[in-house]
Ligand binder design. Sequence first.
Ligand code: G4P
Length: 190
Amino acid sequence: MKAMEKKILEEGKVLPGGILKVGSFLNQQIDTAFLAEMAGEFARLYKDAGVNKVLTIESSGIAIAAAVALEMGVPMVFAKKHKSSNVDGAVYTAVVHSYTHGTDYTIVVSSDYLGEKDRVLLVDDFLANGKALIGLTELVRQAGGTVVGAAIAIEKGFQGGGDALRAEGVRVESLAIVDSMTDDAITFRA
Ligand code: G4P
């Protein structure tokens, strides 16, 4: 999606440590017209995949996942990052390592909201090392459901997570794949 590359070039900022800041349209302020455009593109890409549920992780994935789910006419579920008091009863859990934050965290979803009939589209804002997506895949596996693919706003191609998932046969669609970033140049995979 060339529009995402354009948006990153116009509004993105490269921070130390290989972090791309996109707070002006995705991570803090949300450009709602652009969000709708992104959702439309993902719905088009996955229109024949039989998706009946969209799954993400709190917090930054929620807005985009909700927009995609609305566009596809299916429910959206988000995994919580720890077992909180309002998730009771049976749950599916997975431990996710965050390279960016250097920590492990547990993701949790109630078994009420994910099951064996679900054909799940995983949605997230960023794909870096892919650990978050692997964690979400594990939740779907525990539920007996099927992952039909992943829909990612921005993939950091140089961190390798997306390519590792593709090599395992997972369909990964990213609206922009950043191949390299420096203070004054961002390049994208053709
Ligand atoms: P991985 O899942 O692909 O392995 O990535 P990693 O753990 O390293 O990413 C941890 C968090 O940092 C995720 O959000 C991810 O979306 C975000 N992230 C990774 N690289 C970038 C980047 O270059 N720019 C921005 N803006 N975010 C990045 P999170 O910590 O779970 O936070 P949130 O979803 O609650 O906002």
